[in-house]
Write a protein that binds this ligand. Structure first.
Ligand code: GLU
Length: 304
């Protein structure tokens, strides 16, 4: 398969949609990004790499970080995690409060903000310096020790994160948060504010394409069974209330973030990351969705 020629073609075709979508503005710092940035990086299980556009420029990974925190938390708690977080798609926006109240403070899945806040709480209970431990984990997955938190983005979200504060306080009232809410929020905002490029993300997510083995390292840090579960959650819950649409149009497990990134994996095939900051109404990158739809259509690599 000539992935480079296919990526070049997709890049041109997808650009026709660059007028569509809006930047995320509810985190003020994200509104400062150049809306026309667009990059793609694809890594195959055989170790070949292909890229186009702004694929080495770092951006705010936001909710994509939730998959990596799940990969860190699941081996720590095992199935006990599912007593505190569910595994069902929510059909609601990522920061919805309503469902959380109906369901007694147990988030529907780990990729909702509420679910990620529970995982942040677990990491804080487990590690003295969770920020450093999480950053080291992400650096290891990506094979890049220079990855950092974007402190301006973390502070910007901290100053405006009223809905996340509501979610965590509600869960605390139901006994599903152990630590101080401010401490958990502070860690969560940093986790979301990690800056990575498409290349970094594509490398990091090879762990989910490669049965738990870290990219370019002879090390398995997740069992096949845990990878299977995480990929299943990406498939059913990875795109807010548009997970069905992503399955329908693209047909790969994946995760998006409001920074405009999307990563998708083809188990035993490849890991691909796209970045274009303008989002559709559901919070997913317009060009990112289009790119991945074209990719699986042209290469016949939907898993369905
Ligand atoms: N930090 C963002 C929030 O909590 C993440 C949202 C996202 O990327 O979906 O609102």
């Amino acid at each position: 398969m000539d992935y480079q020629a296919i990526l070049d073609e997709i890049y041109e075709e997808a650009k026709a949609f660059k007028g569509q979508g809006e930047l995320a503005t509810y985190i003020p710092e994200l509104a400062r990004v150049d809306p026309l940035k667009f990059g793609i990086h694809l890594t195959t299980a055989a170790g070949d790499e292909f890229c186009v556009g702004d694929s080495e420029e770092r951006f705010s990974i936001q909710s994509i970080s939730k998959v990596m925190s799940l990969a860190q938390v699941l081996p720590i708690l095992g199935d006990a995690l599912w007593e505190r977080v569910g595994v069902e798609p929510s059909g609601n926006p990522f920061n919805s409060i309503v469902q959380l109240e109906y369901e007694n403070g147990i988030p529907r899945n780990p990729f909702l903000n509420a679910g990620a806040l529970v995982m942040a709480d677990i990491l804080i209970s487990r590690f003295d310096d969770p920020r450093q431990v999480f950053l080291d984990f992400v650096r290891k997955l990506a094979g890049n020790p220079s990855i950092e938190y974007d402190l301006d983005v973390a502070a910007s979200e901290g100053a405006t994160g009223y809905v996340n504060a509501s979610l965590i306080n509600m869960m605390k009232s139901y006994g599903n948060i152990i630590n101080e809410v401010d401490k958990v929020l502070e860690f969560y905002y940093h986790q979301c504010a990690i800056a990575m490029s498409c290349k970094d993300l594509s490398h990091a997510f090879m762990i989910f394409a490669n049965e738990g083995c870290v990219f370019n390292a002879d090390e398995r840090i997740l069992s096949k069974s845990k990878v299977k579960r995480i990929n299943a959650l990406m498939q059913t819950c990875g795109f807010y209330d548009e997970a069905g649409e992503f399955s329908f149009r693209v047909g790969l497990p994946g995760k998006s973030g409001v920074g405009g990134g999307i990563v998708a994996v083809h188990p035993m095939g490849f890991s691909v990351a796209v970045w274009s900051p303008k989002l559709n109404k559901k919070g997913n990158s317009v060009l990112g969705m289009k790119t991945l739809e074209l990719l699986t259509t042209k290469t016949g690599t939907s898993i369905f």
